[in-house]
Design a protein around this ligand. Sequence first.
Ligand SMILES: Nc1nc2c(c(=O)[nH]1)N[C@H]1C(S)=C(S)[C@@H](COP(=O)(O)OP(=O)(O)OC[C@H]3O[C@@H](n4cnc5c(N)ncnc54)[C@H](O)[C@@H]3O)O[C@H]1N2
Ligand code: MOO
Length: 409
Amino acid sequence: MPSVSEYQSAIRALLSPLAAREPEWWTDPRPPAAPAPRVLAADVSNPLDLPPFDNSQMDGYAVRAAEVHPGSALAVAPHIAAGAGLARLKPGTAAPIMTGAAVPLGADAIIPIEASDPNSFLPDEPGHSVRFAGPVEPGAFVRRRSSDLAAGQMLLIAGTVLGPAHWGVLASAGVTRVPLLRRVRVLLISTGDELRAPEAPLDPATIHDANGASLTAALEEAGAEVVRAEVVRDDAVAARALLAEVLASTPVDLILSTGGVSAGAYEVVRDVFESAGVAFTSVSMQPGGPQGQGVARLDGADLPVVAFPGNPVSALVSFEMFLRPVLRGLHGLPAQRPVIRGPLVAAVESPVAKHQVRRGRLRPDGSIELVGGPGSHLLHSYAASDLLVHLPVGVHELPAGATVDAWAI
Ligand SMILES: Nc1nc2c(c(=O)[nH]1)N[C@H]1C(S)=C(S)[C@@H](COP(=O)(O)OP(=O)(O)OC[C@H]3O[C@@H](n4cnc5c(N)ncnc54)[C@H](O)[C@@H]3O)O[C@H]1N2
Ligand code: MOO
């Protein structure tokens, strides 16, 4: 029976070839709509001075600083709006200028309209003059060309997790072709005759497919892309036909299945994948004991397969323990959940030969209370939790107040 860490190593090794996948070129000026975080696959250098020209930081007057003397008047030049071309400031004049407009040639300072006399803009016609109360320093309220970043410098480095400011600065620099770490493409399969789509009515003895939804969300958060999510009946012929159809039409990097791995009479996942090369075992973990992993030869192609148990808590805990850290790493994202250490609110028992993962909640005083029992069908208890509490192999009984490690989820 492999330990948790042995099985973690096996899954890491299984998926390690995916680290060498080609990047994807993102060529839409808008960022991807997908909720998954995206990460730069290569450095991007800046093709453009940012800002590209000296421009005004204020609505006011563009002046030559040396010509501004307290109380003396300057003739008012034509207005300069943001987006208007590059003007030239005649000596002895002050040009009304708007925020973001190009500072005219010859000008070296901006005086805000509030510090001008009159302190509101005059009609754009000849014959007006303006006064200023005090002197002005050269460079005042001028946003210098390249003051954010000069052309030729590094815009963003490989590995940057692209957030709103990164997408914004790429757009500012006019970079519309961006190398992204390609998302691992996952075919997600929920198996079981009892499963119905969440929108379908239930007969007695049928349930809604919870794993398709929970693992889609979990995979997306780990950076992966669910290219197809299918419910498969406990019928090996139908399952093989579905696999053939999907793999012929859709590029897939990883197959992730739930259900059909234990000792039942209708274990479709075992039936289909065991003969194709996937190894099934029981990991010393609860929930998430029965597991399968390996490279499967399917219709001539070799594909990594990870098979989780069907119980919804088992499937999600398996994801957290085995797949999430590897997938997050493959997508350039922080892999480790934050570890919280605290005293248990109440005594607990755990199977001594298994690493038990319980659901829990952090109390405001830093203590840890368990939510629900160890049962692997208690998905609502999981949803009400913010911790996965670890009771490693060797732990049998812990009293209230004993310190445990937990992952903040
Ligand atoms: N005789 C034994 N029986 C079982 C053993 C065992 O060792 N010997 N192991 C138990 C453990 S532990 C687990 S975990 C489960 C694993 O079972 P399978 O992976 O084969 O999964 P199923 O039998 O298909 O389903 C288990 C359970 O989960 C429900 N389920 C399945 N898929 C979904 C889904 N997509 N959404 C919601 N719920 C799902 C299913 O209805 C079953 O109730 O085996 C134990 N049995
Ligand atoms: O291993 Mo099962 O996942 O205990 O419920």
